[in-house]
Design a protein around this ligand. Structure first.
Ligand code: ATP
Ligand code: MG
Length: 201
């Protein structure tokens, strides 16, 4: 019997809140790259969002659990929440590959984030740890210049002009978030009064 190495997608994000853009990207990547599992890894503190107000980690974690609960292939990891200090993708990948020895990792990321990758900590090592799936998002022209072509693959997902920034602004303005995020996440936001009167960009 031949054993295929497990193929694990990793979706890192602030998930403040998680939305259908994230979920569609994960689902499309799973289909395209034949992934056995997609691990959602909510960030601790991101070095790129240090000047922003970010909701407490436990809220972001629980919303991610609610949003992914019904999909048997989706899981949520606490590696970045439980590690002290700023979150770096190199640490996320190191921890997850230690947990799942022998698996091939696919780091799924929006085009905006992928373009920044060369600025990430230990950028060159990252490409040895995982394949990178650059998901194109609406209104964004992807430039992968300077990235190793054999380790970065572009995946177009159906246009979803959804961002967490927009959802937070909508909630603050009293507009609905229904259908942009899973129902349970709308209810969680209301229950805990998230995104009311918070300063944001
Ligand atoms: P914010 O507006 O607060 O930055 P966000 O919507 O970009 O939030 P993040 O948690 O920052 O969400 O993103 C996590 C990952 O998901 C990133 O790689 C980002 O590029 C990607 N992503 C975000 N929105 C979408 C979308 N609509 N479609 C596909 N990928 C997305
Ligand atoms: Mg973002």
């Amino acid at each position: 019997m031949t054993h295929r190495r497990p193929r694990i997608g990793v979706m890192g994000g602030t998930f403040d809140p998680v939305h259908h853009g994230h979920l569609v990207a994960a689902s499309e990547a799973a289909a395209r790259f034949d992934l056995d599992e997609v691990v959602f890894a909510p960030t601790g503190r991101s070095s790129f969002k240090q000047d922003q107000v970010v909701s407490p980690a436990e809220h972001r974690y629980l919303m991610t659990v609610i949003a992914t609960a019904s999909n048997p292939r989706f899981t949520v990891s606490r590696v970045d929440l439980d590690r002290p200090g700023l979150t770096y993708t190199v640490d996320t990948l190191r921890d997850l590959s230690a947990e799942r020895a022998g698996a091939d990792l696919f780091f799924i990321s929006g085009a905006d984030a992928i373009e920044q990758i060369l600025r990430w900590k230990d950028a060159q090592e990252l490409f040895t740890m995982a394949q990178f799936v650059a998901v194109t998002r609406p209104g964004h022209q992807l430039s992968v210049a300077g990235l190793p072509p054999d380790r970065v693959q572009v995946l177009e997902v159906p246009a979803l002009a959804i961002s967490s920034t927009d959802i937070r602004a909508r909630v603050r303005a009293g507009k609905p978030a229904w259908y942009l995020v899973p129902d349970g996440v709308v209810q969680y936001i209301a229950k805990h009064g998230l995104y009311r009167g918070q300063d944001d960009e």
